[in-house]
Design a protein around this ligand. Structure first.
Ligand code: FE
Length: 196
């Protein structure tokens, strides 16, 4: 049985919780060590790299995590992850905003198709059900994001797909901005944790 996007999202949402209280106590006791504390076995506690918003950003997007109805012909993908601070503590209530090209490589410049935002849940998690953006001239495949922890500054960045031929030639591409992608029976599931 191939997995589905829903089963992969459910698996993500049932991951053991980062023990924020213990992390905080640890950080207070040994601040000099806490700065090197990693969320898991990867060294992914460095702040997420910034990338330009580009010409297609629009403010005032709808509060919506189900964007796929705007592009019914596209290949479905669920993108999900945490928002962490640089001590790997989950950041609930963080703004996570996405905008991206449609299945023809075009951005909706009149309305809010494939544009939306949400706030991370009590465990710092976010997810969008959307489609895989098509390529457009001059760029490799990518999503645009803005992420803002409560009261914090806005991180503007872009996320990329593994195995894309255009990655190597894209001046904004960086390995640290790659989604971790699983193919599901009904589309793709991409994971990325923001550190802000
Ligand atoms: Fe773009």
């Amino acid at each position: 049985m191939p997995s589905t996007r829903r089963s992969l999202l459910t698996a993500f949402l049932s991951l053991p919780l980062v023990d924020a209280a213990k992390m905080r106590a640890f950080a207070q006791a040994t601040p000099q060590l806490a700065l090197t504390w990693a969320c898991d076995d990867e060294d992914d506690d460095a702040p997420t790299l910034e990338r330009e918003a580009g010409p297609f950003y629009k403010p005032d997007t709808p509060l919506d995590s189900d964007l796929y109805p705007g592009a019914p012909g596209g290949e479905r993908i669920t993108v999900a992850g945490f928002v962490f601070d640089n001590l790997c503590r989950p950041l609930p209530g963080s703004l996570v905003e996405i905008w991206h090209a449609d299945e023809h490589g075009e951005y909706d410049r009149d309305g809010f198709r494939l544009r939306g935002h949400q706030f991370s849940d009590v465990q710092g998690r976010w997810w969008f059900n959307t489609i895989v953006p098509a390529l457009y001239p001059g760029r490799t495949r990518h999503f645009h994001f803005k992420v803002q922890r409560p009261g914090g500054r806005v991180l503007t960045t872009q996320l990329f797909f593994p195995g894309e031929p255009g990655n190597a030639d894209d001046w904004l591409f960086h390995d640290s901005l790659l989604l971790s992608v699983n193919r599901a029976g009904d589309g793709q599931f991409g994971r990325f944790d923001f550190v802000v």
